[in-house]
Design a protein around this ligand. Structure first.
Ligand code: NAD
Length: 343
């Protein structure tokens, strides 16, 4: 089969490409290489003869159309390219709008025009639910928890786009869903919690699990936004890719659907708790400082994965401890290079 991956050299994109390349599939990748670390990931992907790469910006509809005309019959289109940082979206909301909304619309239009049968996967975010300020939050063991949501947040929770990033991803999420209704495209939306794993060059503002691990291993300080008592459910990349793959295999069941996806209540971790965990695991003190809360930051987000379990029989397989071990190993093996990339 042949698949298209936008954002192919980013964290999730690289892992998705590798999954297909290792299966022997043809992979067409699109990326503008704007994210740090993407050049490194590109070199890894170039080791595979079935990988074809286009350095293209998803805002450029002409270039996108050209690729779609050239390559017929994508079985799956993974739309992962995005402006991913909340703080950058506040600094430059127009660019954020253009990449996340116009870029997504370009991909949907090219799909509608040239490859309407392709299965279209969109990586959305739990940020579409906003800061969730109205839910009752309590503090226990220096971590927040949501009193009425012991199983997490499901897809019926009110949308409340907050921050330009929340707005642009939320609008794109709704466009992708609506293209299934209005044009009959085969789309599915995944509202992802924190995903982590190898090939993730985490930064202060995005990809915090990898950011913490990289900073800790390289003896650099960590910035924590807010008070560090926030709680997240973290999901290892292989589990996310398994959900994407199951969605494709059982596509008739999921067309036009939206899924929350994360580590769920079994893989919950607080920000400060994670630092303590790393300190014990690595046997060293980690330097950290606090910065103000970012707009729309949730005190608690845990994904209720029930819908995914019901429709796709999916659930996370890789525990938090196991996943962090794999991530640390990747960082250790590529320490010199990562050190150069993040300078
Ligand atoms: N990693 C997570 O925890 C997480 C959580 C929720 C949602 N998501 C979503 O998943 C997707 C992938 O995230 P990621 O963590 O791999 O981020 P990433 O930054 O590693 O990957 C995004 C890729 O898109 C590319 N890109 C950015 N702007 C582009 C443009 N205009 N044209 C072409 N390419 C462009 C970047 O160079 C990068 O390679 C994003 O849509 C993100 O919003 C990620």
């Amino acid at each position: 089969m042949k698949v298209l991956v936008t954002g192919s050299c980013g964290f999730i994109g690289t892992n998705v490409c590798l999954f297909h390349l290792k299966r022997g599939d043809e992979v067409v990748g699109i990326d503008n290489l704007s994210r740090r670390g993407t050049e490194f990931n590109l070199q890894v992907l170039k080791n595979y003869s079935k990988f074809r790469f286009y350095k293209v910006d998803i805002r450029d509809l002409k270039a996108i159309n050209k690729i779609f005309k050239l390559h017929q019959n994508f079985s799956i289109i993974y739309h992962l390219a995005a402006q991913v940082a909340v703080t950058l979206s506040v600094e430059n909301p127009i660019e954020d709008f253009e990449v996340n909304i116009l870029g997504t619309l370009n991909l949907l239009e090219a799909t509608r025009r040239y490859q309407p049968k392709a299965f279209f996967i969109f990586a959305s975010t739990n940020k579409v639910y906003g800061g969730m300020e109205h839910i009752q939050i309590k503090l226990k063991d220096d971590k927040y928890f949501a009193v009425k949501y012991p199983n997490g947040i499901d897809e019926n929770f009110n949308l409340d786009f907050h921050s330009p990033y929340g707005c642009s991803k939320g609008a794109a999420d709704q466009y992708v869903r609506d293209y299934a209704r209005i044009y009959g495209l085969n789309t599915v939306v995944f509202r992802q919690s924190c995903i982590y794993g190898p090939y993730q060059f985490g930064i202060e503002d995005q990809g915090w699990v990898a950011y913490f691990c990289i900073q800790a291993l390289l003896d650099k300080p960590i910035t924590i936004y807010g008070d560090g008592r926030q709680v997240r459910d973290v999901l290892y990349i292989d589990d996310l890719i398994e959900a994407y793959w199951l969605a494709y295999k059982k596509r008739k069941k999921v067309l036009g659907e939206i899924f929350n996806i994360g580590g769920g209540k079994e893989n919950i971790v607080g920000i400060l708790e994670f630092i303590k965990y790393l300190e014990e695991k690595l046997g060293k003190k980690i330097l950290y400082k606090f910065a103000p809360w970012r707009p729309g930051d949730q005190k608690y987000f845990v994904s209720d994965n029930t819908k995914l379990k019901k429709l796709l029989s999916w659930q996370p397989k890789i525990s938090f401890e196991e996943g962090v071990e794999k991530l640390l190993l990747w960082i250790k093996q590529n320490k010199c290079l990562i050190d150069r990339v993040i300078k």
